[in-house]
Design a protein around this ligand. Structure first.
Ligand SMILES: *Cc1c(COP(=O)(O)O)cnc(C)c1O
Length: 381
């Protein structure tokens, strides 16, 4: 048996052809492929606007800036996420506050978030960054209701969930990142995520104002819009301090072919998830889904008592599982800052038991059967 990673990109001949074709085209960056990728992505998730960026971390940074986050302002996120979901707040000089996760779905708990908000005076917090953890869409309708009551914005970190959806109270499917219940959605195109660009990201929104701000900040804050008549064609203005967070045409070409495969990829990921659930039902705890959601299944996480033992046992059999995540508030950088006062017991308990099993569309049935057999053998002693 070959070694089996926990996640892996799926690059096929059409992906390679698309990239090679771009290499001989007129533009390597800032050409037609970026626009095409943005347009197709916006249509796919059902958002009005999308802005391609060089990675999701940059996207998160631009998102907090576009929503006006200033030094010292406070934002709530989940500790069970990749550090970037919190780091973006720090880039803008803001304070990171953590609320706890729900112990069955592993996403940011609405109750815990509400409790944290209500424990502070009005106006204490500016926004919430929920994460569609492992691909499970957060119930943003409920979060938006809470956010609206307190005048907060929402950035949906949908890096795990392109193609996922939840169903709102009107029975309408709400695709992750569609912006109906959040101000901004964020996606990553790191190879371990659904859509691989090498590096890359996408920011989605339904607000024209936010879109313009994102687009400006992505490219140095420079605009050619205000060309007075006495200036020449070379004229541009730098209106604000922006960045170079652009995605290339080479990467966008890959993104376009990858995006086209995502629906099938999510379907295959759900097949794999169902096979795991069938094998583990009543024996091992796994992420619990609400009804009427499509989990995009970036990950398949189980909880076991002897997590380290299982991790090492799987490695001995060339199965490379992973842990998602070390709670962000326990990372040395955040420990040193120590803003947080919330009770994060669920997150810490989850971390002591969680382990992510192989989950990617090209995982073969016999490979998955091997993983399941090894997990069950270990659990049954
Ligand atoms: C991967 C990831 C990011 C960062 O994505 P990059 O494209 O690597 O910058 C942010 N948030 C979450 C939840 C992620 O999984």
């Amino acid at each position: 048996m070959n070694s089996i990673p926990y996640g892996r990109q799926n690059i096929e001949q059409d992906d390679i052809d698309a990239v090679v074709k771009t290499l001989t085209a007129d533009f390597l960056t800032q050409g037609p492929k970026v626009k095409e990728f943005e347009e197709k992505f916006a249509v796919y998730v059902g958002a009005k606007y999308s802005v391609a960026v060089n990675n999701a971390t940059s996207g998160l940074h631009l998102a907090v800036l576009a929503l006006g986050l200033k030094e010292g302002e406070r934002v709530i996120t989940t500790p069970i996420t990749f550090a970037a979901s919190a780091n973006c707040i720090r880039y803008a000089g803001g304070e990171v506050w953590f609320a706890d996760i729900d112990s069955d779905s592993y996403v940011l708990s609405l109750e815990s978030t509400k409790k944290l908000i209500e424990s502070k005076p009005k106006g204490f917090f500016k926004g919430i960054i929920p994460v569609d953890f492992a691909g499970l869409p957060v119930d943003l309708e409920a979060f938006k209701k809470l956010a609206d009551e307190h005048g907060l914005w929402i950035i949906e970190d949908a890096c795990h969930a392109p193609g996922g959806y939840f169903t709102d109270s009107k029975g309408i499917k709400q695709m992750c990142g569609n912006g109906n219940y959040a101000d901004i959605g964020i996606f990553s195109f790191h190879p371990v995520k659904h859509i691989a660009c090498g590096e890359g990201g996408m920011v989605t929104t339904n607000s024209e104002e936010v879109y313009k701000k994102l687009a400006s900040l992505r490219t140095h804050g420079i605009t050619k819009e205000n060309m007075a008549e006495n200036h020449g064609g070379w004229f541009y203005e730098m209106q604000e301090l922006g960045y170079n967070y652009r995605l290339t045409d080479i990467q966008s070409a890959l993104g376009i072919t990858q995006l086209a495969k995502n629906k099938a990829g999510v379907a295959r990921r759900n097949e794999i998830a169902n096979a795991y659930k069938e094998a583990f039902k009543g024996i091992i705890k796994y992420q619990n889904l609400p009804e009427d959601v499509l989990n995009a299944h970036h990950l398949f996480v189980i909880e076991v008592d002897d997590r380290k033992g299982l991790y090492n046992y799987l490695r001995e059999h060339n199965i490379f599982s992973q842990i998602h995540y070390i709670p962000v508030h326990t990372l040395p950088y955040y420990k040193k800052i120590g803003y947080n006062e919330a009770n994060l017991d669920n997150s810490e308990h989850y971390y002591s038991k969680c382990i992510s099993l192989p989950m990617y569309p090209s995982l073969k049935d016999e490979e998955q059967a091997f993983v399941i057999e090894k997990v069950l053998t270990y659990i049954n002693g």
